[in-house]
Design a protein around this ligand. Structure first.
Ligand SMILES: NC(=O)c1ccc[n+]([C@@H]2O[C@H](COP(=O)([O-])OP(=O)(O)OC[C@H]3O[C@@H](n4cnc5c(N)ncnc54)[C@H](OP(=O)(O)O)[C@@H]3O)[C@@H](O)[C@H]2O)c1
Length: 284
């Protein structure tokens, strides 16, 4: 059981909220940091008082019960207000790059590079020795990406004419089709998201030719081990966490509007500020 101090807002949380599939009264949210107030009864997992970061359902809560496999300890030197940016965005970036078969010298295109997933993907791909091409919606949205490790920062796919080996795509629509056309034989597109909301129309024969792949992606299974890796990198200063919006969770609507309005570089972080209830009265 964790007392939540911070939650972060993901594009996917907003998709969930608007999906019509979530029952009234359900608690949304996926990224939480806080302090363990009751350890797992079977003795596994962190002890009471441990600071943790988790990828869990129901993260928009003051207190949440979390599977021990879904969390990791927050190392000294890492602020929970930054660690909370890691779960969905960081794990999606890490696992999609892993699935694509990243390696030194590969040309990697990251779309939606200004956002949560994108900024982590740029840094992780650069750390792996790839040539990183970051695609953003406007020049202003590209700020900080060269410093994060991007070799090229493009508006859309403007000027990109050499093939790429890997695409981490969170935009979908016509840009996905264009990225597919740029993919080298043997290459891999990981379809992580679809923020454009537009259909992708492949011209006839676009998918006929030397083998290359377009793979759907979703985070599955426990994220604890990957969270520990990401938190370790962030604590050592090897992974920058850009928080572009932060405030009390009472300002949730403002955060959501900024995220959907493409005004948040990196992540939006909500501070959980309400009064705590005593544990014996709380029910999670
Ligand atoms: N499959 C999974 O497991 C998984 C995990 C995490 C995220 N996702 C998905 O991945 C996507 C990105 O998530 P995120 O948390 O990184 O979101 P985010 O922080 O909001 O970033 C998304 C980026 O997409 C771009 N964008 C937004 N609206 C756009 C539009 N209409 N046309 C073109 N580009 C647009 C924006 O870049 P510019 O402002 O530079 O254009 C923005 O920075 C979402 O679709 C999310 O649902 C999936």
């Amino acid at each position: 059981m964790v007392d939540v101090s911070h939650a972060s807002l993901n594009y996917g949380d907003l998709n969930d909220a608007r999906s019509g599939r979530v029952p009234v009264g359900a608690v949304l949210g996926s990224d939480a940091t806080g302090v363990v107030v009751r350890a797992a009864a079977d003795g596994t997992g962190p002890a009471e008082g441990t600071r943790v970061v988790a990828l869990t359902s129901g993260a928009f809560a003051e207190r949440v019960a979390i599977d021990v496999g879904a969390l990791a300890g927050i190392p000294d030197g890492l602020d929970p207000a930054r660690a909370v940016a890691l779960p969905v965005a960081g794990v999606a970036a890490l696992r999609s790059l892993r699935a694509a078969g990243l390696g030194p010298g590969k040309r990697v295109l990251i779309t939606g590079a200004s956002g949560g997933v994108g900024r982590f993907a740029v840094q992780l791909a650069a750390r792996a020795g790839a040539h990183v091409i970051a695609s953003v919606g406007s020049p202003a949205r590209g700020r900080g990406l060269a410093e994060a490790g991007a070799d090229e920062v493009l508006t859309g796919l403007e000027g990109l004419d050499r093939p790429v080996d890997v695409v981490i795509d969170s935009v979908g629509g016509p840009q996905l089709v264009a990225a597919w056309n740029l993919l080298a034989p043997g290459g891999s597109v990981q379809s992580v998201g679809w923020t454009s909301g537009e259909p992708a129309v492949f011209p006839p024969y676009a998918t006929v030719g030397p083998a290359k792949s377009l793979t759907s992606f979703v985070i599955e299974g426990d994220a604890g081990a990957d969270l520990a890796e990401l938190a370790g990198l962030a604590a050592r200063g090897a992974l920058a966490v850009e928080v572009g919006w932060q405030g009390s969770w009472e300002r949730f609507a403002e955060a959501a509007e900024a995220l959907r309005g493409r005004r948040v570089p990196g992540k939006a972080v909500l501070r959980v500020t309400s009064e705590r209830r005593p544990l014996d009265r709380g029910n999670g």
